[in-house]
Design a protein around this ligand. Structure first.
Ligand SMILES: CSCCC(=O)/C(O)=C/O
Ligand SMILES: [Fe+2]
Length: 177
């Protein structure tokens, strides 16, 4: 089951560690950032959500050392990409099939909220929200990625220029910022 809390912002410790600040965050507070959380025991429930939200495509992603030829260096290089703060112009839906990992999302005050996801957890990130992802110290996740159309992953790294991005502006308006 999901664990949601404020990140401790300690960058001297590997980002795959828990970084628990000691302050938990409720699902209501998480929802105030536009991020929705569900727990589904079966993929049929995911199928229903996909139909409701007009998602036609999906793929799976497995991230662990074996995916990268047992290379810690190659794994960390991939994680460095996912952990760079970014937004997407599409909504992002991830359903965890196995393993675990962290999605960090910025709240209205620009503080990091960390969501620890495990099997059966599903997260919906609205387009335009700044976020990042990492494996945890177990170094293994298997996730289903839902796409409205063709599978794609375009990440826009946080920058001042993105303040005028229409999806960013729309997102901020949607959360009352
Ligand atoms: C567990 S899915 C890999 C991470 C990802 O797809 C993403 O968009 C992170 O922001
Ligand atoms: Fe992302």
């Amino acid at each position: 089951m999901v664990e949601v809390y404020y990140h401790d912002n300690n960058d001297e410790v590997d980002f795959r560690e828990a970084h628990h600040s000691g302050e938990t965050v409720s699902l209501e507070e998480l929802a105030s950032t536009g991020v929705l959380y569900y727990h589904f025991d079966t993929e049929e429930e995911v199928d229903r959500l996909a139909v409701e939200r007009s998602y036609k495509n999906r793929d799976t992603i497995r991230l662990n050392r074996a995916t990268f030829g047992d290379s810690e260096e190659a794994l960390v290089e991939k994680l460095n990409g996912f952990y760079k703060e970014h937004l997407h112009e599409d909504e992002e839906i991830r359903y965890i099939l196995g393993g675990s990992g962290f999605f960090d999302v910025r709240n209205k005050a620009d503080k990091w909220i960390r969501c620890k996801l495990a099997k059966g957890d599903l997260l919906i990130l609205p387009s335009g929200i700044y976020h990042r992802f990492t494996l945890d110290a177990e170094n293994d996740i298997h996730a289903l990625r839902l796409f409205k159309d063709e599978p794609k992953w375009i990440a826009l790294t946080r920058s001042e220029e993105l303040a005028t991005n229409e999806y960013r502006k729309e997102y901020l308006q949607s959360i009352g910022v």
